[in-house]
Design a protein around this ligand. Sequence first.
Ligand code: FAD
Ligand code: NAP
Length: 319
Amino acid sequence: MIDLAIIGGGPAGLSAGLYATRGGLKDVVLFERGAPGGQITGSSEIENYPGVAAVQSGIDFMTPWQEQCFRFGLKHKMAEVSRVEKSGEHFKIFYDEGNGEMTAEALSVIVCTGGRPRRSGIKGESEFWGRGVSTCATCDAFFYKKKEVAVLGGGDSAVEEAIYLTKFASKVYLIHRRSEFRAAPITLEHARSNEKIEFLTPFVVEEICGDNAGVNALRLKNVESGAEKILNVPVIFEFVGYEVNNAVLKQKDGSFLCDVDKWGNVVVDLKMHTSVPGLFAAGDLRIDAQKQVICAAGDGTTAALQAINYVEALHKHKN
Ligand code: FAD
Ligand code: NAP
């Protein structure tokens, strides 16, 4: 019986692993389908983690995190988890290391499976991903100070991030394929009254263009008139939806093991408790996540400290 199973080895999972092992839990297993590190390992640079003054690649930044955890006894199972169930007082984890489905039992579980921004599929998106195609204004806005930038999407994220970007950029083009927006009317009103934002609707981006240095232009088309337009910008921030990796919480009957909101974010309290005792969630998949490494790490820490209390109480009860 595992004391604590951590599912997902990004900043939240690794921080949970560090605190749980160093905090005295004996058998802590990290189920991570790939090399630990999480989404940030796909980023060419991170420069906003407090205390780390040098700008580093995501991979270089995350490498010491796993080394530190493993030193305190965290075990890594390179496995894809398909489902977590609660059976009696324990949790059952269904996983696959490449040889078919296996199960493990755990007293407590922290789910840290993160999420991923949806991709637009526009021509040039993959080629220039991380070189002028971004899904994180908080991470990358700083690099485009006093430059003209483009934002894609018509939901709350796109409009909110367009407003945020006006603090850095000289101008923000908000490109949306329809003239109606999904974003809340009040948010839209704020954007419309911001002189730095120019709305380009109903426009689609047909191609993201660039060279070795990265993006330098977008080829747009007005979906009503067919008119074409070239926008000379070094970056497009895409906000075309976000997918929370919550599949491990889906039960056989399609319901979720614990409460999730209407977008699939896991509902937690300030101590990262879910609605199920012994089950915690941390990082990008929880409600109101700020989607930053530092926040995910803090969540993982909080969840681990709670899980230690929970597991120790179970051990005491048995003795
Ligand atoms: P994740 O990092 O998403 O980690 C989840 C882990 O769970 C992954 O390793 C995944 O493989 C694993 N997993 C998922 N499902 C399963 C499963 N079923 N079985 C086993 N394993 C599973 N934040 C910043 O603070 N600064 C930045 O500069 C910055 N730049 C970014 C740049 C990019 C391109 C991206 C995409 C994100 C950036 N972020 C940045 C955001 C930051 O990466 C995330 O907020 C953070 O990684 C979230 O951590 P997490 O642990 O919650 O989840
Ligand atoms: P979203 O509401 O799903 O909006 C995605 C937007 O991207 C839509 O406008 C969509 O256009 C557009 N889009 C999708 N695929 C596209 C593509 N391939 N090319 C071009 N455009 C594309 O996503 P979100 O803004 O990330 O928000 C997700 C959820 O979180 C929403 O329910 C939102 O309300 C919520 N949220 C809330 C807040 C807040 O309350 N403050 C903040 C952020 C997010 P169409 O409209 O034409 O489909």
